[in-house]
Design a protein. Sequence first.
Length: 766
Amino acid sequence: MNRKLPILILILFITVLSARIKAAGGVTSGETTVIETISLETTVEETIATVTTTVKPGTPERRSYRPKVGLVLSGGGAKGFAHVGVLKVLEEAGLKIDFIGGTSMGSIVGGLYAIGYSADSLEKIVMTRDWEKLLSDNISRRDLSIEEKPDHDRFFVSFPLQERKVKLPAGLVTGQNIENEFAELCTHINSTRDFNQFPIPYLCVAADVNTGKEMVFREGYLPACMRASMAIPSVFTPMEIDGRYYVDGGVINNFPADHVMAMGADILIGVDVGFQPKTAEDEINLVRVIEQTVFMASQARRESNTELCDIFIKPDITGYSTSSFSSGDSLIARGYRAANKYFSRFKSLADSLNSIEIIPYDIPSFDPVDSLVIREIIVDGIENVSGRLLTGKLNLTVLQKVAPSEISKAISNVYSSLFFEKVTYELEPMSDELLGEGVRLKIKVRERTGGQLKVGLNYNNTYKASIILNTTFRNLLLNGSKTSLNLALGENPYLLGRFEKNNGWKPGFVIELGGSDFDLNLYDDVSRYAVIDYKDIFGRLYIQSIINNSYSFGAGGEFERIVLKQKVGSPPSPNQTHHLYNLVGFINLDTWDNRFYPQRGTRMGAIYKFIKPPSAKPEWFMRFNLEQAISFGGRFAVIPRIYGGATSADSSLRVYHLYLGGLNITARKGMLPFVGLEFMEKSGRNVLAAGIDLQYNFWKSNYLTLRASGASISHNPEDLLLFNDVFSGYGVSLGNLSLIGPIELTLMRPNYRRELIFYVNIGYYF
């Protein structure tokens, strides 16, 4: 005989007696359900026999009914992926779940399962989503608005600038990405606010920040309720719902078996991946401290709630933490393994329930929403930001038929403008006899306030050492405007002030004022023979439109004052001063996922200038580039490129010639990178160049890149394709994408000399 049996029988007796005493003393009307606990030694048939009685007060009759099965899923961060494995076993056993409830990650898995996502669908979500992005407010470079990409790639640290004080955030993450992911996943139930109307009735638990009390959500907007239930204090900002703020329910009730029982569950199945006592082998870190702090607060409640469960499953998740989001497959397997031990019990329970009343079992499913008709758009929270900017970025119109993913993309476009701390949406059904079914798109925004100070560092062979500073303020002079100042301090200083009014695809305007001061090296066929000090002061005014965050075009006017002075050697034109009045047109495309080590995406740019000196004939200048990143197997990437330019400028306006050499990727005027050459080593009026990088991410953030370039230069455009002056270069780079930016060492040489050139870059280019 099992030695544990007497103890289990005693526990069973006490539990049943307690339940009956409570039922007898606390209920005076309605129905009272008598529930007994399923122990591991009790057969399913015995349990069903005792559970299937319902007593109506005042009526001596007893009748059989089909008991209801409730499923309780605990919180636990990434460890909650194990819940998916348990659901797979329940589906294989054909056991119908009548109620489901959860906290934190349990609320997410349970909520999606309740609205029709099967275990296989949930597994696909776990394995295909970028959880690092979803659980942060980060915007991938591909999604960032194109005018923001240059500053995004230059700085490694930023500080908030607030009027008179430093404002501390309520949490590290606002929940921007995860909330919109929830909204898209829940599109098909946008008309349902009563959780009892889901395919499986559902609840989730959160904690009210104001009162410190437990909040049980059984109705409302499901994405918001799930987000409230998972708002880990200090990690996520509290979730606002109807004017009240909520945080992770795990601080009060991480295992809400009591509430699932109150829904009407007669038989409770519980899965707990929450609190685990620390062992000597456990590492103490920030994640572990937060995890233990959250779960310890509700430990007493958890212990009492586990006693309510008839079948209690605690997967072995040793070695995993709340942040183990990259281990989804392993955690699902752990959950499956733990639940599979109960497979025969689940199967017998399903058969026994069907012997009372047959309810056909179907694995959860739903009809996905292919498209929606937007009947109305409402925006809440706009105060200072221009409505034209928001609508231009949103690029959605009333009566437009769109896919749910297009709505999510449009919301991301608005957020990527960086004018908002948070942009979320909700869909409400609308019906009209004439127009038919549609939805109201309710957008809620929270505008950014104050400004930012950003800092970067850079050293390279071309511009030497620099400290790069940036200050950015939004809505400073005009609503919906951005004012920024970039300053590079070092041997070759650079300044750019920029004021812009961004209206998305609708034309906005940009004003730029700036200047630079650096050395121009002049080369003959053998070596450098002169150095010129180059000073450039400029002002620009132009209009531009931005399409889908990655494509922009515009045109405007420019004034330049260029001063050239002899510094070393004997240049042909030692001292020059130019005052130029230019007309400018440009087009840019940038979908690279990383500026320095791209795996995919396209980068293209073209600029045309009509140059007018005060007392000389007009000239023209054109420059272009096209680069494509192609990934192979995740670690290898090939980046072919073609670039060049042409100009009518003669030797009196040499600054508008084309110059090849160096690896600095910041193009100014006609300065183009070329592997194997010193900075500006080759020059001409017409240039056609091509190159290719073979990039290998061999370990973590470390890269090995093989580079090759080739070019043709000519004085006359018709001679360019004759390839009379052709040369090439090649090299190898070893780089690391560090916290302060890329650190890269390169050895390279051209085809026409044997000396190697050593090039180094540390930090972000400016």
